[in-house]
Design a protein around this ligand. Structure first.
Ligand code: ITT
Ligand code: MG
Length: 196
């Protein structure tokens, strides 16, 4: 099996990538496998800047081809928040539970039909000595009043996808892969780079 390095330490993301890439014949390796000591500070102001930063830093360190994912949730009623701050919305530490609490609390007064949102995913494919290539994916949804479902990670329990009538945390991994921002971005990458 071919191996592909995803420059992430997020285990939920890693599972999404396995669901998407294993059927295409790739074994997914993450930073936990190949470089647990490496950390990239996300100083960019956009998903694209942070994805490029993570991919190019790790590709350079490892002298290998890597894919980095920078992603997050944009809520219209909050002017696009949490956006690039999705992982650290409630403070410095990554805490899915307190991040969700903060979103729910900020939306208490907002009518249901105004709780439109989207997940966005930007992938950067970097290789030493080559130009970095960017792919994007998104999925539209609605923020719920309360958590539903136990699958997935991050904001999945409060992100409702009308087409499937489920939150992302109520979806099986294959269902999430079929509709998600990350799935859509990977499919773009697959189209542009067959046999990567
Ligand atoms: O940087 P890496 O190591 O990849 O891991 P991270 O969790 O810090 O990842 P990001 O910087 O891209 O932040 C993305 C955050 O957006 C949220 N997010 C992204 N994709 C998601 C998904 O598929 N489902 C739920 N939440 C998601 C979640 O809170 C993530 O922590
Ligand atoms: Mg991060």
């Amino acid at each position: 099996m071919k191996e592909i390095i995803i420059a992430t330490k997020n285990k939920g993301k890693a599972k999404d990538f396995e669901e998407l890439l294993e059927p295409m014949g790739y074994k997914v390796l993450t930073l936990h496998d190949v470089a647990p000591h490496l950390d990239v500070e996300e100083t960019g102001e956009t998903f694209e800047e942070n994805a490029v930063l993570k991919a190019e830093t790790i590709a350079q360190e490892l002298q290998a081809t890597v894919i980095a994912d920078d992603s997050g949730l944009e809520i219209d009623a909050l002017n696009g928040e949490p956006g690039v701050y999705s992982a650290r919305y409630s403070g410095e530490e990554k805490n899915d539970d307190s991040n969700i609490d903060k979103v729910l609390q900020k939306l208490v007064q907002v009518p249901d039909d105004e709780k439109t949102a989207r997940f966005r995913c930007v992938l950067a494919l970097a290789s030493p000595g080559k130009e970095t290539i960017i792919f994007e994916g998104a999925v539209d949804g609605l923020i719920t009043d309360e958590r539903k479902g136990d699958n997935g990670f991050g904001y999945d329990p409060i992100f409702y996808v009308p087409a499937l009538e489920k939150t992302m945390a109520e979806m099986k991994p294959s269902e999430k892969a079929a509709v998600s921002h990350r799935g859509n971005a990977i499919r773009e990458l697959g189209k542009a780079m067959p046999g990567l």
